[in-house]
Design a protein around this ligand. Structure first.
Ligand code: DGJ
Length: 738
């Protein structure tokens, strides 16, 4: 698949193409069976009746569908407001005459097949009003994910207002259902939260406007058989593929069901549909596995690498990013030294972070210059070309930081175009970072052009740029668009993300190969709404290795290692001020997309040597970590003194095992870890990577069956066999089958 093709699928996606532009084949069946290799979703789509949901779970045979229809208590597949108004609903509208109800019945079922990607579109129409709703289900080859979204269409002559417009609804049978979700904060992103679902409403939401994954995440799992288990138990996963405000609701009412709704957060965002207009929601990606949370994660990861992350099936370069090394103190000599240092350690790419731009207002700190993307030639007399030449000399790639959706009020851009920022009318603009940061209004096509041009200019002038770190460090502080009409002010945050998507489509159409990182004050943009255009995300501004064990653990529930930027940083750490040995820092970073975030010239010779060796080792395990299947083994959240996970190649030939102690006490007892995901009949040779002990582990070089490793496991010493290294023990083991 060419890159262009990849982006077309991943980004424009079916929901944006609009299924009406494709030629469908009509299906007359009442029962609609949407299937992936291992799962089935069954609906009753009888013409002239409401669309009913029957079943979602393990794959069933087509012969069973009829029987399932008779056996199941059917539920509404997409509840709308008006005629059973006591219930939570997915969609509510106001018709031109003020009527606030919908009464939708099935009009047609269509299927569209394009190279194995299959959309089932169920067209519903209101019984009286000229309003149509299409409920879509997309499956892709070799994937266990079903993407579902709706398109609302105004076939009348006057405006219809969408008040609620969720992407999807799923009824989940009550029993002993537990919810796993991520909840955190800046510097503490991706924390795993697990709870039994209780009566009442659980709401997971975001209203930042720009970044949507610092606190809650728009991905969840439902464990249907009691407490969440890693490798057993029926589990449903759901990920809303959206980068803006979202709302997930789980209403546990008096019925037998938990009612799960997911979609754009419609608070203060009523959306007007003009005559003939269609509104497509972002898709909700659903998956099911009877292999517990791990099975759901592996389903998401495989789908993401193939369809939802830019270049998701390619290996990533090992990089040094300049931020924690020099912060804003960019200069030619410093950049050259960092490039030489990362190259000497075996790294493959250098990224110059914030601080390189600004002419009239040079960017010395965070108070000025966003918007003025011209090189500060005082800091960099030979410009970007000088840096590119230096990178070439060192045999590495070069990357650059930008924050294109933003401006500072102290900038030439803002001086010329104050009308481009988000601001309520008759109010002073609220300012964020540095006391002067404002957000550009991406609903405005002129702003979309500016943002496109920032990338276009850089890439045209310097086509050798390999990598872009795309940052976003502000939220929508005051609601107001200077571009949108008075009637459409409530469209702002939705149109912002539509504008961003259009701009990213243009960028990817012209620059399909450049690697782009989604950074948003750390992990503010870890979501499947943004990743189709982006290769990876910065997990967190917090690089403390111990805290990263927890954050990366949570994040791995939904996102594969290839997308999780994970960097070795300084000791003491700049965020927690904790001093962690270099081995532990490297052993944690190597479980994601390895990079460095450090000033190499401040590292000791021992640290440099260690990193050189660790980078060489990472190159050996990179295909396993970045393209393998994850098996989480011992959760840091269980408080048992250690955490452990492994990656296994799809053919189960090779695996890599990570083990990190999370606390240290004298005579503590840490569980022995049984491995997972291996072939029980294969023999695996075990060797330790990044070894610091004086003597090898007793099992070094020995061969064990997958069966033994998965039923017994290896006894990992709690300490390192060198002086003063009881704390922060960690191990990385490579398993190679013969
Ligand atoms: C916030 C990011 O998360 C950091 O990594 C760094 O790029 C700074 N912005 C630069 O201002």
């Amino acid at each position: 698949m060419t890159n262009q093709h990849h982006f077309k699928r991943g980004v424009a996606a079916w929901f944006a193409i609009g299924i009406s532009t494709l030629i469908p084949s009509f299906v007359s069946a009442e029962n609609v069976h949407i299937s992936t290799p291992g799962t089935s979703l069954i609906l009753d789509a009888t013409e002239g009746k409401a669309l009913r949901f029957l079943y979602y779970g393990d794959a069933v045979s087509p012969n069973e569908v009829e029987a399932i229809n008779s056996a199941h208590h059917s539920m509404e597949a997409y509840p709308v407001y008006g005629l059973s108004s006591s219930r939570e609903t997915a969609m509510s509208v106001t018709h031109p005459d003020g009527n606030m109800t919908l009464d939708l019945v099935v009009k047609a079922v269509e299927t569209i097949d394009l190279d194995g990607e299959k959309v089932t579109a169920i067209r519903l129409a209101d019984k009286y009003y000229p309003f149509e709703l299409t409920v879509n289900y997309l499956t892709r080859p070799n994937s266990e994910i079903i993407e579902t979204w709706v398109e609302a269409q105004n076939n009348g002559k006057k405006d219809i207002t969408l008040r609620e417009y969720a992407s999807a609804y799923l009824p989940i049978r009550r029993g002993n259902v537990h919810l796993s979700s991520l909840y955190g904060a800046w510097g503490n992103e991706g924390k795993l939260c697990e709870e039994a679902l209780q009566p009442g409403m659980k709401v997971i939401k975001n209203k930042d406007g720009i970044r949507n994954s610092h606190t809650a995440h728009s991905e969840v799992m439902f464990s249907l058989d009691g407490k969440p288990q890693e490798n057993t138990g029926r589990t449903i996963g759901a990920a809303l593929c959206y980068s803006g405000n979202y709302c997930l609701r789980i209403d546990t009412d008096e019925s037998d069901y938990h009612h799960f709704f997911a979609g754009i957060n419609d608070d203060n965002s009523a959306y007007t549909l003009k005559k003939g207009e269609t509104f497509a929601t972002p898709p909700l990606a659903l998956t099911y596995s009877d292999e517990g949370k791990g099975g759901v994660s592996r389903n998401f990861h495989r789908w993401a690498r193939k369809y939802k992350i830019a270049h998701g099936e390619q290996l990533r370069k090992i990089l040094l990013n300049s931020w924690e090394g020099v912060y804003f103190d960019i200069n030619e000599e410093g950049m050259a030294q960092m490039m030489a240092d990362i190259a000497s350690m075996g790294g493959e790419l250098f990224v110059m972070d914030d601080g390189w731009f600004g002419n009239k207002y040079p960017r010395k700190n965070d108070t000025t210059s966003l918007g003025d993307w011209t090189v500060d030639t005082t800091k960099l007399p030979h410009g970007i070309n000088g840096l590119l030449a230096e990178a070439k000399k060192n045999g590495i790639g070069f990357g650059i930081w930008i924050e294109p959706e933003m401006a500072n009020t102290v900038s030439e851009l803002y001086e010329a175009h104050p009308e481009y920022i988000i601001k309520a009318s008759n109010r002073e603009p609220l300012k964020g970072r540095g006391g002067s940061q404002v957000v550009l209004d991406m609903s405005n096509p002129k702003v979309q052009d500016i943002v496109f041009n920032i990338v276009d200019t850089l890439m045209t002038k310097y086509p050798e740029i390999d990598y872009i770190k795309w940052d976003a460090n502000a939220c929508v502080m005051n609601h107001g668009s200077q571009y949108l009409s008075a009637d459409n002010q409530s469209h702002l945050v939705v149109d912002y993300h539509k504008g961003l998507a259009k701009t990213l489509d243009r960028i990817r159409a012209k620059y399909p190969d450049v690697i782009i990182q989604a950074c948003a004050s750390g992990g503010g943009r870890a979501n499947y709404g943004i990743l189709p255009w982006f290769d990876e995300f910065w997990v967190s501004d917090n690089t403390d290795a111990l805290q990263r064990v927890y954050m990366q653990w949570g994040t791995s529930h939904f996102f594969p290692a290839v997308a999780m930027a994970s960097h070795i940083s300084a000791a003491p750490n700049h965020q927690t001020h904790r001093t962690i040995p270099i081995k532990y820092r490297a052993d944690v970073a190597m479980s994601g997309r390895l990079g460095m975030e450090i000033q190499p010239k401040n590292m000791t010779a021992e640290e440099i040597d260690f990193c050189r060796n660790a980078i060489a080792n990472y190159k050996k395990i990179r295909p396993i970590v970045q393209q393998g299947d994850i098996y989480r083994l011992l959760s840091p959240y269980d408080g048992l003194g250690a955490a452990s996970l492994m990656y296994v190649n799809p053919d189960k030939q090779n695996a890599v095992f990570f083990w990190w102690k999370t606390e240290t006490f004298v005579n503590q007892h840490v569980p022995r870890i049984t491995m997972a995901g291996l072939d029980p009949d294969k023999m695996y040779r075990v060797s330790e990577l990044n070894r610091i002990d004086r003597s090898a582990l007793p099992f070094e070089g020995k061969k064990f069956s997958g069966k033994y490793l998965m039923s017994n496991g290896l006894e990992i010493p709690l300490e390192h066999n060198i002086a003063n290294r009881n704390d922060y023990a960690s191990r990385v083991l490579l398993l190679e089958s013969m």
